[in-house]
Design a protein around this ligand. Sequence first.
Ligand code: PRP
Length: 182
Amino acid sequence: MKNDLAKVLISQEEIQKRVSELGAQISADYVEKEPILVCILKGASIFYADLCRAIPIPMNMDFMAVSSYGNRTKSSGEVEIRKDLSGPIDGRHVIIVEDIVDSGFTLSYLSRVLSNRGAASVRICTLLDKPERRAPGITIKADYFGFTIGNEFVVGYGLDYAEKYRNLPFIGVLKPEIYENN
Ligand code: PRP
């Protein structure tokens, strides 16, 4: 898999250090609030597992899976819930955990949906933010983010290309020939 990468963008050590910082920040902000951390499958799964273990205060875990409608329709802004939360969230403090904010459509939709369900608060925690890719009109901002990155094709630590590379323990940049030939 490593041969498919142009370079390592964020090392395993850098990720772990930043995840610890984010965990400490969230723990300080949510003392006695028992937040629900919502993992957005599949990309956020690895980050989520590490982040939860960096949060020493009481918290609950839940999971959602979403996808944009059809193929290459991210720009349409339509998002479909493929797997929903296992319980109600009214009155609860929710933190949506994502691996990356790209166009911003997914998080914009999810924050709206979860707020409409009566959550006491909804905040966003993302490992990566790609502000250059934000779609026009989308003003979503992460409350907690690990790293801001440029417009590079990143994989690893949960992020995939064609379902591969999620198990790399670091974030790497994919060689253009890997995705250009497909
Ligand atoms: C990725 C990522 C976010 C979303 C971000 O998910 O995990 O959920 O895209 O893109 P946006 O800001 O343009 O909406 P993807 O649909 O690739 O599914 P996955 O998490 O299962 O890989």
